[in-house]
Design a protein around this ligand. Structure first.
Ligand SMILES: Cc1cc2nc3c(=O)[nH]c(=O)nc-3n(C[C@H](O)[C@H](O)[C@H](O)COP(=O)(O)O)c2cc1C
Length: 216
């Protein structure tokens, strides 16, 4: 089984302290306990271009203008499950938006001609994990702005968003425990990693169950 974890942070200065990247590493560690291979795609390593609507993807199902998008898209297609780990920015990071819009365009142009069309990512289970700069009180807003936005795009490309429960039907959102104001231009965010890791474990189980169901 191959799992892909997309770390959607755009921010360069945080380097290995990017919260998205740390969450992806946690996911990878949890999966490696089960001997499941996980590849992390850190979007900061890719130069992506927005979709310009040239329509050339109708012929090749790849972007004519964006080699890095195509590299990521191949990885998505080859995955048995995908995790999207995204911070709340405005509302989602620009590079993640570029990936989603291109995957949408490739699928939409084919589906529009043939409503029976099955995309190359048809049915792949996807887990969505959002987070932001605030505590529990903000999670509902992260769901609406981040999880639901990503789930909507995944629905168009025919991936299967895995719900956490009936309320959190588009994945999970992880809170900051407290925010410190120090002599630094950015807020310092502190987390209860034991709590978050347990939540990740529970959600990963649900995503893996979805993959197992596909093979039954
Ligand atoms: C451009 C930008 C916009 C942001 N907007 C919000 C916001 O509206 N609400 C919020 O709670 N956090 C916001 N944040 C904070 C990030 O979501 C938070 O710091 C997150 O942990 C960053 O994750 P990362 O380290 O993976 O980039 C914003 C951060 C950036 C860079």
């Amino acid at each position: 089984m191959k799992v892909l974890c997309i770390s959607a942070s755009n921010i360069l200065h945080s380097k290995e302290n990017s919260i998205s990247q740390i969450i992806c590493l946690r996911i990878s560690e949890i999966l490696s306990e089960k001997e499941i291979m996980c590849e992390i795609v850190d979007l900061r390593d890719y130069r992506l271009q927005p979709c310009i609507g040239c329509g050339k993807c109708f012929e090749h199902k790849r972007c004519y203008n964006d080699t890095d998008f195509n590299i990521i898209y191949e990885k998505v297609i080859e995955s048995d499950a995908i995790f999207f780990v995204s911070p709340h920015y405005a509302p989602i990071p620009a590079k993640l938006s570029m990936i989603l819009e291109k995957m949408e365009e490739i699928t939409f142009l084919h589906w529009w001609k043939d409503n029976e069309y099955r995309s190359e990512v048809y049915g792949i289970p996807a887990g969505i994990i959002s987070h932001g700069g605030a505590c529990d009180w903000a999670l509902k807003s992260y769901k609406a702005m981040v999880n639901d936005t990503i789930a909507n795009a995944l629905d168009t490309i025919q991936c299967k968003t895995v719900p956490y429960d009936s309320e959190w039907n588009t994945g999970i959102s992880l809170p900051v425990q407290r925010v410190l104001e120090e002599d630094y231009i950015f807020p310092i965010q502190k987390y209860d990693w034991n709590l978050l890791t347990q939540k990740l474990r529970d959600y990963i189980e649900l995503v893996l169950q979805e993959v197992a169901d596909l093979f039954c």
